[in-house]
Design a protein around this ligand. Sequence first.
Ligand SMILES: [Zn+2]
Length: 338
Amino acid sequence: MSRFYDVEPSLDNYWRSIILFGNNVASYKFALACSLYELANSSNDFISLEQLAGPFSRHICEHLKEAPKQTTAKSSRFLATCTDFNLGKVDQDYLCAQTVRLGFQNVIDAFHNVNRREVGERFFMDERKMANKGIRLTDNFYTLMASQAINSIKPETNARWRLVESAWQLGVSKNLMEHDHDSKQLFTRLNDRRVNITSSRDSLNGYQKGRCFYCFGHITIESGKSDLADVDHFFPWVIREHVPAINGIWNLVLACQSCNRGENGKFTQLPHIDYLDRLHARNEYFINSHLPIRETLMQQTGKTEALRRAFLQSSYNQAKVQLLHSWKKPEPRGFMNF
Ligand SMILES: [Zn+2]
């Protein structure tokens, strides 16, 4: 069980644990989440399956255009219908009718499950056994939608969806993800070609709960905001010849602009050894997340916790020899566990 909601059991943490963790067999959970974001403004807390079918199938159809593999199953009648719709073979009414019949079979039951257990808070109730079949949004859901965090959670959901479907589509677990310094995108290599997956910033933020890695100050991933997070290489990129896989997600953290490049900021310095434990804890936290983050991390830094710890220590030793001294944020604002 992840430590997510033991440490900081706020509603956005529950929601993030649903979106970011758990072993997906199909992308329906993401489609349901994206649909609920849209339906939050509807006048009634009851959402019929017909109402849900519109946005739900639209999100799936859109993603199918980019990534034809949306499930680990060999075939799916529902996804086949979505593909037919994209090809113009069936119309909107038929798509929606089939979505009501086939699209929600597992996702409504399983949505709140993380690591085989239901999380402690519900965002909707299942009313499919009632005369009027649908789901009923809870106060939790409306509280979440009114929170500041939701502005980051929406792009995080899409980034997580892109990671998972890319892993299925491109075999990212074999080809590994890297971070591109200029575009700030995670990408993988396919036959020597670079394929962009999704924004590094959006992928990382949920795992840091919207906080700066170094000072725990609030950060955002909303473009155009003044407190937009920087994607920081923990081991600075300047020593890339001395640290393996320096563009790997294991070495990427989100930092506030002040820590990264403000007065007394980190810039290209090596973080103090005290931060190394935090990086290790953060990376072990990543390990709870399934394909492709866990697989990439294990291949780049080690299959066991002990090996990953040793990898960080040896990288630190290499870096220290190159950079000689280390950086520490003056007067940390607080304490938070990963
Ligand atoms: Zn900071």
